[in-house]
Design a protein around this ligand. Structure first.
Ligand code: ADP
Ligand code: MG
Length: 399
């Protein structure tokens, strides 16, 4: 279905078409009538499937530009996502009088406060900065009619949950609540439900299958060989842009030192950087000024880098949802992408579970350790003496 078939005012429609959006994506098509009708919603759809615009278009339509007050509140877990989200709203609303604005940690508070006093209709925010302004009385939610949690399952995890509950409790008037994510673990579902009133559900990920647009490679390595294997892999692959995830900040720093010796155009991003530096790296990567980006999980969710051809998990992500989000930085909007995950011995049982539960068809570069492990278990069951596996199973040559 085309956007032009909906009841969207011409100033918004014109902006959408200028952005190159003509056909609606499935989540956009499903969410539009629900949001427009004023229902609460929990929408689950793949990474890179256009959830931002699915929410932003009807949200902008709901705002009364004559009323100088915050009417839409979007909460996101990271600063970069905040910038990206508000940018998408700005593009869609550029021909209207709707004023979107983002507040997030690390940015000049005086500028924020001046802008908020002047008038903002849609506020996009990270929880920390929002709390700060709520406590200091800078913000009023008196006219908020729509509250959105993007990456909802992340925002409802311990660590964020209390803040989110408090923020939502500050919206006193009757409002609509919308939750968006690509994942929703069972233990968070109930919390999600508690935020919603008579909600509608969209689930375009019921199969829990990894997106078809991503090929999932794994490689089983001794820790001391990992760097050589990674460098060789990146040199031999046709890399447009690569995002390399590490599990800790100090690992990002260390890897940055190693990778920049081998490649040009390398950057890094983690929460230890100043906000100016973080924003600058984010923009440069988005605009293809950096080719290889080492990152902690601050870049693991929601960020839309359309040119990322390769995602590397230098270490196993902690949790299968995180695997979905990290690898979902590639293969967006129908493009193809490759994900490579390094696996070491202690991670074998985790990887087995990840592959099974996320319904991944893995391609092993080099030895498939699960195959070897399977035959070991089989043989134990049959009480036959073990002879080493000779590399059966789905394998590909080291590229
Ligand atoms: P998600 O939040 O589902 O991960 P995004 O909202 O970040 O996905 O959108 C992914 C990409 O798709 C963005 O680059 C966005 O500009 C683009 N996009 C969104 N909707 C459309 C559409 N209807 N047609 C073409 N491109 C779209
Ligand atoms: Mg998103």
């Amino acid at each position: 279905m085309k956007f032009s078939e909906l009841n969207i005012p011409s100033n918004i429609l014109g902006a959408i078409e200028k952005m190159g959006y003509e056909e609606m994506t499935p989540v956009q098509e499903a969410a539009y009538p629900i949001i427009a009708a004023g229902h609460d919603l929990c929408a689950l759809a793949e990474t890179g499937s256009g959830k931002t615009a699915a929410c932003a278009i009807p949200l902008i339509q709901k705002v009364d530009p004559e009323l100088n007050a915050i009417q839409g509140l979007v909460i996101v877990p990271t600063r970069e996502l905040c910038i990206q989200y508000v940018t998408e709203i700005q593009h869609i609303a550029r021909r209207t009088n709707v004023v979107p604005f983002a507040v997030y940690g690390g940015f000049d508070k005086d500028i924020d406060i001046a802008k908020l006093k002047h008038g903002v209709h849609i506020l996009v925010a990270t929880p920390g900065r929002l709390l700060d302004y709520l406590y200091s009385g800078v913000l009023s939610f008196e006219h908020v009619k729509c509250a959105i949690l993007d990456e909802a399952d992340e925002l409802l995890k311990v660590g964020f949950l209390e803040d989110i509950e408090f923020i939502l409790s500050c919206i006193i008037r009757e409002h609509q609540t919308l939750l968006f994510s690509a994942t929703m673990p069972e233990d968070i579902k109930k919390l999600a439900h508690d935020c919603l009133r008579d909600p509608r559900h969209i689930s375009l990920i019921t199969e829990r299958k990894a997106p078809e647009s991503i090929d999932h490679y794994f490689t089983y390595q001794h820790p001391k060989d990992k760097l050589d294997v990674l460098v060789k892999y990146l040199k031999e692959e046709d890399v447009k842009q690569a995002l390399i995830f590490c599990n800790a900040r100090h690992v990002v720093d260390k890897m940055y030192g190693s990778i920049r010796k081998e490649f040009e155009s390398v950057g890094y991003i983690h929460a230890g950087l100043s906000q100016d530096k973080r924003s600058s790296v984010f923009r440069q990567f988005k605009n293809m000024k950096i080719r290889y980006l080492l990152a902690s999980d601050v870049a693991g969710r929601g960020l839309d880098f359309s040119h990322v051809s390769h995602v590397v998990n230098w270490s196993m992500p902690r949790g299968r949802e995180l695997y979905t989000h990290r690898t979902g930085r590639t293969g967006r909007m129908g493009k193809k992408g490759k994900a490579l995950t390094f696996v070491t011995k202690p991670e074998l049982s985790d990887i087995r579970e990840l592959i099974a539960r996320n319904k991944i068809s893995p391609c092993w570069i080099g030895k498939d350790p699960l195959q070897a492990n399977n035959s070991l278990q089989e043989r134990k069951k049959k009480k036959r003496p073990f002879r080493p596996n000779r590399g059966k199973g789905k394998q590909v040559a080291t590229p």
